[in-house]
Design a protein around this ligand. Sequence first.
Ligand code: UDP
Ligand code: MG
Length: 332
Amino acid sequence: MQLSIIIPVYNEEESLPLLHQAIHDTLEPLPETTWEMILVDDGSHDGSLPVLEKLAQQDPQHTRVVALRRNFGQTAAIAAGIDHSCGEIIILIDADMQNDPADIPMMLEKIEQGFDVVSGWRIDRQDTFLTRTVPSRIANWLISTVTGVHLHDYGCTLKAYRREVITGFRLYGEMHRFIPAYANSVGARIVEVPVRHHPRRFGKTKYGLTRTIKVVLDLFTVKFLLSYANKPIYLFGGTGIFLILLSFLTLLFLMIRRLWVGIPVTTSPFFQMSSMFLILGFQSILMGLIAEMLVRTYHESQSKPTYTIRKVINPIKGANGESAAAREYTDE
Ligand code: UDP
Ligand code: MG
């Protein structure tokens, strides 16, 4: 097995040597495993980068350091780490030692059992209750309900992925937490495992309540992309048809009222609302059509298939399963 451990680092100088040692201690004894850790310095302004440079020098076989030019945020740091890794299994973990590297072997066992995503769940979370744990519970419930992928702890960084289920997904904003939902959309098998969680020993957390708001906003994007990225007309067109119906119903109400009670149609504010619904309805359908064209540009310009394959048995000669499928798609 080839593992890549991806670690985003922002001002964590004290914990880095401990973390490095802990990962070594955990992974060294594993049989038939080659591994690397990619530490991404996310523009730290304490001594993190020099510490990382030293670790990379001492341990060139296992340690790779990627230093970003400024602070881009945890998600971007994780994306950079994944881009600079080559393992078939990718494990994300925080640099602050709140996650415990000792949980990694147990997660690898789950991968070996055939799961594509192993999601850590901080059952006994060691963060401030009111400002961290409670908002996180609400966010987890919301994300689970909206995406249909029910996990207790989207926010826990410690998760393991098979590389093939997360490539093809660009990470924006705070979106690393939505990787399991994306993986589910390409057919990944997901399992949740309880993991340990420790209080922060050094430095302080980089986040507060505002992150929850960002996460909720990201959820809109993710839901749209997961459910409608291939068929945007269903969303826009559906809204459009609803608005046009609403417009006709309002008009009908006004006409019946005119006939029975004698109140004139055109002077009522409902009349203006009805025309507005009609215009918005048509606009929405037209926007849906534009979105449909964008989707086609996206898929056809990059020869991206509209499906994902687990495996092909007896594939076309000379090509592996995936490229054969790609060829069939572009030939079409
Ligand atoms: N982090 C990062 N860039 C940032 C903020 C955080 O790379 O802009 C890293 C940080 O060093 C840590 C992880 O992301 O390894 C999680 O951050 P933190 O521990 O502050 O979050 P919490 O555990 O409190 O949710
Ligand atoms: Mg932390």
